[in-house]
Write a protein of this length. Sequence first.
Length: 334
Amino acid sequence: MTRIIEDTLQCFVCGAKSQQRQLASTHEHGSPDLDGRPAEEARSTMPEWVQTCPRCGYCAPELSRGHESSRALVRSPAYQAQLRAQDSPLLANRFLCAAMACDAAGRDVDAAHHRLHAAWVADDEGRPELARQYRSAVADALLARREALRAWRAGDGDWKGAEVTFLVDVLRRAGRFQEALRELENALQKGVSSIVREILRFERSAIERGDAGGHRLAEALSGSVLREDPRDDDPLLGYLLSHCGDFVTPQENKAAFTGTLRTPEGERWATDDPQVLTLLAHGKKAFTAALEKRLLADHPDKVVINRCPKCGGIARTPKARQCRFCHHSWHDKR
């Protein structure tokens, strides 16, 4: 659940004290948007992402912190005009003022974050033109400073090229379709992961039909399950991970949780890691059997595989004495 607290904070710029709401914790239930906007409940906590001083108007994620450049900026006509702009939502103004403070401090990535948040506010307020304007500003900043884009959204391994999916989505939603398509094609030529390739395929389809609307990651990867929890579906693999995890290698652990990716060419494992693909070459069941065999061979004195003496089902724990499948009890056997 979401927890919001109130605290008295002192403004970094003017020193005034005020009551401010702070986001202590929240959760996400569902898929994020392709531009990174989280799912609910976190999606609706934006008012707590920026604090505003009631005296001077300083806006920041944490009112008591800032850069020295903010003191002069907050007093400037441009800042005060943005804070009070009547043609944009109040919360968007606050995010844009926070972005101006980050610009003055040379924090490009944080400034882009705040402008994107302003676009999300405009989305919620039904102001598509404003949202496109704000996203276009984000795109301009990141195109000019690609190192900032990589610092913000860079992905590697199974998410190699993730920063490009973000840039392409921002450009598409800003209505800059040709630029989005150019960035997409350049990324594919340079090479991206299998997961990112599927996202870019979805983006290309949206661009070709002139779609500037919002979409979620789950839509782009429809039918895919990138991460599986074996503890839910495979009793033996879940047992090995829970009770023999100290002896499982990082590659084996990754293989255990790797799900599937649906592509036009067919279903495949949702990874490009060659070691993991080798482990999963014959499927999850074969991988699990091989893992059990290796653990028993390498750690015979420490690994205990507790099975029901009647049906052979795997027990919940090494010390369990009742089968969860046939309910047979062997408490009298030690």
